[in-house]
Write a protein that binds this ligand. Sequence first.
Ligand code: ADP
Length: 454
Amino acid sequence: MAGNLTFDELKSAARSGDIDTVLVCCVDMQGRLMGKRFHVQNFIDSSHQETHCCNYMLATDLEMATPDGYATTSWRAGYGDYVMKPDLSTMRRVPWLDGTAMVLCDLLDHKTHKPVPQSPRQILKVQIARLKELGYEAMMATELEFFLFEQSFRELAQSGYRELTPISAYNEDYHILQTTKEEGIMRPVRNHLFAAGIPIENSKGEAETGQEELNIRYAEALDCADHHTIAKHAVKEIAWAQGRSVTFLPKWHPKKVGSSSHVHMSLWSGKTPVFRDESGEYGMSELMRHFMAGLIEYASDYTWFMAPYVNSYKRFMKGSFAPTRTVWSVDNRTAGFRLCGEGSKAVRVECRIGGSDMNPYLAQAALLAAGIRGIEDKLKLAPPTGGDIYENAEARHIPSTLRASTETLRSSKMLREAMGDDVIDHYVRCAEWEQEEFDKAVTDWEIARGFERA
Ligand code: ADP
């Protein structure tokens, strides 16, 4: 069980007055928790079976605007309902909110009760099932990086996001003194999440002022995405409750490093890590080599799933630890893919492309689709690349703008075959809309540069 609260335990917690509220949540295209707060009695009596939400839940942008162009729903189709079907195995306590539990839902078609193909949880489940057909399970870990600020969300919004003061004053990579100053937020983050059944490993300072990283122990892919989503939500709520703010924007300041979400992956067959072969080079099996060759071959196809906004691409800069090229390396942080745990049972690949704004369900699904294709086609892995890969002119680039990654997504035969045209067309529309909205904006940079001089 992925959560830590059974239905019977919920009933008894309701009787004792321990729990009075159940958050019934689904995950939207942006990877956010959306849903309703139920009185626990109603949840126990009926809504644990199903509840409903408007089917615009998978067709809105960050601002909840309702763009046209989606085949699944529209003004013309009248914006009907989806069924929210609680997955009771995900039920858990929410220790940072009084008297509260949470359950994640799958989204089902209102009439047929079949899974909605465009739902991020469903998209990941499909790739997990494909992998299972081959006889494997994926173990994954997504690192969360973010910045903490002195001011509250409201104060920053009222200042037009101009007076942003990171909570610590200098680079805090691995810094114990600096991160002590952040324990007011980070200690409850670690402890509350752990008590919610999320296997927190550690938090650490990252390589900027006010930047933190939260590490969660690797888990089966769907659990990993659930953990990531709940953890991101918790960090925001815990910071908010203390009058502080946090951002998962990949690049909030041009001179400060960005925030990423690296994805660690290994395949297993039962309890056996099948990426491992003691006799193979670096302890890597042939299977791992094919999987990695797929990740590298199709990196451009799925970049949008790792970097879905205009801002995501501001992170990919030379000399920033964010990758720009699709090669692999042995424990070298300048490559898009890094071999970790070489020669050990924990041999795995880390994809460094993802930004802190990625939807973990979509990102993991896309990575698995590419790796599966690598296995199916027995793709050959090129030798590792060393040195400063930013300067390696032979290595291929990942798309460097939202516009470019939208086109590589649109034309990806691999992803269309793996996920279906209905899914890819849906997310291409999501990507196009984001660009259309940005194209309407007049930025501060344009005004400052041209107001007098142009
Ligand atoms: P680093 O700091 O060098 O990136 P860590 O040792 O902190 O690496 O591990 C990063 C993540 O990798 C952790 O979340 C950990 O749970 C995960 N991890 C460890 N072993 C495996 C594995 N076999 N498969 C997938 N993820 C793993």
